[in-house]
Structures are given as structure tokens and as C-alpha cells.
Design a protein around this ligand. Sequence first.
Ligand SMILES: Nc1ncnc2c1ncn2[C@@H]1O[C@H](COP(=O)(O)OP(=O)(O)O)[C@@H](O)[C@H]1O
Ligand SMILES: [Mg+2]
Length: 258
Amino acid sequence: MKIAVSGKGGAGKTTVAGVMARILGDRGKKVIAIDADPDSNLASAIGMDEESTKGVKPLAAMEEFIAERTGSKKGQYGAFFQLNPRVDDIPERFSLVRDGVKLLVLGNIPQGGGGCFCAENALLRSLLSYVIVERDEYVIVDLEAGLEHLGRGTAEYIDALIVVVEPGRRSFQTAHQVRRLADDIGIKKVYVVGNKIADGQDETLVRENLEGLPLLGFLSLNDRIIEADKRGVSPYDLSEKVREEVAAVLDSLEDLTG
Ligand SMILES: Nc1ncnc2c1ncn2[C@@H]1O[C@H](COP(=O)(O)OP(=O)(O)O)[C@@H](O)[C@H]1O
Ligand SMILES: [Mg+2]
């Protein structure tokens, strides 16, 4: 199962992705979690402490490695380089591991109008494509609100794009933008998770703004999640409630996708 998580900044993408990865890891599944949001910290949401992540470089910042794999020279934009570099050894070589979860941190992928043909981009796109298309593992990608990292050929293999929304107008707007982007690149299965739900009114608000998107479930507004973030630990380890709620989301996903 290949899952991508998107939504407005602050809605709870990283929280959902991190807890989901840990649950699947505990169920004995092989999981690759991919942090594709440079503003994010999926490592800490999975529960990898600062000590173990210290000195870990995002892949996009590994200049020598990128140059070696793509045959590019640093700073030589427009020069020739390998568009399909070897990437199949990257998960084993560069992941951080905790409780059955492998984490890859992509870092800042250079964007450019009309598609950026730089070597970093070629490597990271090839890597995403490889883990999503080829690997027989659970893959969870923590994305920004945009879906730029997923090329068409890769997007087809996403089993579920989960859009995390919080009860609020802008969050719904982002969700529907994401849905249109998803449609453009061929992701058919888009689902919603309502997060930071304080009461029945919040639930109703989310339901009223789905515009036909299937709802996988709700996660309560939860002090323990805030506490986990402050302490730099995973919400998974602090809150039984969020574990149960995210497990229920995974169950409805499995029901809906068969
Ligand atoms: N259900 C929740 N209850 C309370 N706080 C939450 C909840 N979900 C997320 N948060 C907090 O909201 C902030 C943003 O969450 P995060 O998962 O980083 O969002 P995103 O990845 O979408 O930007 C974090 O401080 C997180 O601890
Ligand atoms: Mg995030």
C-alpha cells in the first residue's frame, strides 16, 4: 500500500504520517516513511530522537553522492546528467530506522518554472518513483500541500492520497486544490481525515465540506499531541487515543481500497 499525506500546513500531515508509520511498523509490516516536506520533521513524529538524527543529511544535500549517481558536476546546470540514476540501494544505505520503520529525508527539492531539470531533482524523483512503484512495502510520503514531487508515472501507483483537514475554511480550500492537482496527475483515490476535532460541531463542519471526498475518520484535538511535539517525541508514544484513532483511519482505508 502506497500512501501519500497532504493538506494545508499545520493541519496535521506529519502527525498522521508519523503515527501511521509506527502503527504499521508495530503490526509487523515493512514501512518506508518519506519526509518530502523540507519544513517538516517526520523523524520526530516517528519518535527518532535528536541524538539519532544528528548529523543526518537530507538526500538533496548530498552533493557528492548526487554527482556520483547522476554523473553531474556541481553547479553545472544544463549539462548532461543521468536522468535515471541508480537508487535501489538508497533505502538500505541512508534510512534511519525505528521500530520497523525506515525513514528517508529528502530535503529541499529544487523547484523551477516549467520543471527543473537539475540533478538533485532527477535523483529524488527516481527514488520516489522506485519506492512507490517497485518496492513491496508500505510507503508513507509526508508531502507539502503541492504534489510537485510526484510525476505522473509515479502518481498512478499511489493507492491513497490522504488529505488532512482541520475544521476551517482555508483548510478545506487547500483540500480541494490538492484534489484538483491529484486529478491532474492521475491520482484517483483521494480521502479526507478530519483532525483537531473538538466536538460534534467540528465533525459536522468537516462532513459538510467534503464535496464528495470519502472520509476516513476523525482525530480529536488532543493535548498529548501538542505535548509530544514540545518534547520532540512521537504522539504515538504519548497518546493511546491518537493510536486508536489513526488505527481506525487505517482500517477504513483498508475497507475502502479492498
Ligand atoms: N489532533 C491534534 N490535536 C492537537 N494538536 C495537534 C493535533 N494534530 C496536530 N497537532 C499540532 O499541530 C501542529 C501541526 O501539526 P503537523 O502534524 O506538524 O502539521 P503539518 O505537517 O500538516 O504541518 C503541531 O504542533 C502538532 O503537534
Ligand atoms: Mg509537516
